[in-house]
Design a protein around this ligand. Structure first.
Ligand SMILES: Nc1ncnc2c1ncn2[C@@H]1O[C@H](COP(=O)(O)OP(=O)(O)OP(=O)(O)O)[C@@H](O)[C@H]1O
Ligand SMILES: [Mg+2]
Length: 237
């Protein structure tokens, strides 16, 4: 479904993503890990169309989408959340989903929105202001709901579990597992917690200083000495 070939993103003299090749199938949950500043969010931005790569190809369902604008990529089925939840504060929860859905699909499908609201546990909060009265878990659920409303084939989640306490994290993780099956959506998830990644993901890719240094099962990857070294800080091999 998604295939990155030698993808690079440069900001002036800084190479934030360096010749990364990576693929995600629709039946997979793939973790993207790596130290702060490794280039994870930048990779998401390149895939969703927020930053322009300096080199390489992004294939989605075999089409090269490097030049496709943001909304076209959303309509092809690329959905994402943002590291910092950013609901439109002057709107209700449901209105936030309507805006997201219209952007991502070109139409509004109230039945799908009801389904998404119920699935993400936001049914009772549908008519609440997004700015007030939402707990952190609900703000995170709203991020996922906004992406789900666009009918994605690929869902990219940027640290959507960060900051949740253990029980909340477990519930949220189960919700992600369920949505992967129920909505037949491939997931690429950025997450720092190794236990969470191991529990959730079929495969893990590791970025360090913009380079992909490992790609394999959680067991393989987290026992790889180069990965351990990157995590303990003296990274640049
Ligand atoms: N728009 C930008 N302009 C210039 N530099 C940028 C820009 N966006 C990101 N960077 C730089 O690119 C590098 C990668 O940043 P990125 O946000 O992708 O890392 P990350 O792996 O998501 O880190 P974190 O775990 O802290 O979220 C960093 O050095 C960052 O400062
Ligand atoms: Mg980031």
């Amino acid at each position: 479904m998604l295939k990155l070939e030698n993808l690079s993103v440069r900001f002036g003299g800084l190479t934030a993503v360096n010749a990364v090749s990576l693929s995600v199938r629709s039946d997979e949950v793939v973790g993207l890990v790596g130290p702060n500043g490794a280039g994870k969010t930048t990779l998401f931005n390149a895939i969703s169309g927020l930053v322009r790569p300096s080199d390489g190809r992004i294939l989605f369902d075999t089409r090269d989408i490097v030049r496709a604008p943001l909304h076209r990529r959303a309509r092809m089925g690329i959905g994402r959340t943002f590291q910092i939840p950013q609901p439109m504060h002057e709107l209700t929860v449901r209105e936030n989903l309507i805006v997201a859905q219209r952007f991502g699909t070109g139409r509004v499908d109230p039945a799908r929105l009801d389904e998404v609201l119920a699935f993400t546990g936001l049914g009772a909060k549908a008519d609440h202001d997004a700015a007030t009265g939402l707990a952190l878990t609900e703000l995170k659920a709203l991020e996922v709901a906004k992406a789900l409303a666009t009918d994605p084939k690929l869902l990219m989640l940027d640290e959507v579990l960060a900051g949740l306490e253990t029980a909340g994290k477990r519930r949220f993780m189960n919700m992600l597992k369920e949505l992967h099956a129920k909505f037949s959506v491939g997931i690429l998830i950025i997450e720092h917690d190794i236990e969470t990644i191991s529990n959730l993901c079929d495969r893990v890719a590791v970025l360090n200083f913009g380079e992909l240094i490992a790609d394999g099962t959680p067991d393989e990857v987290f026992s790889n000495p180069e990965v351990i070294k990157s995590y303990t800080g003296d990274g640049h091999a």
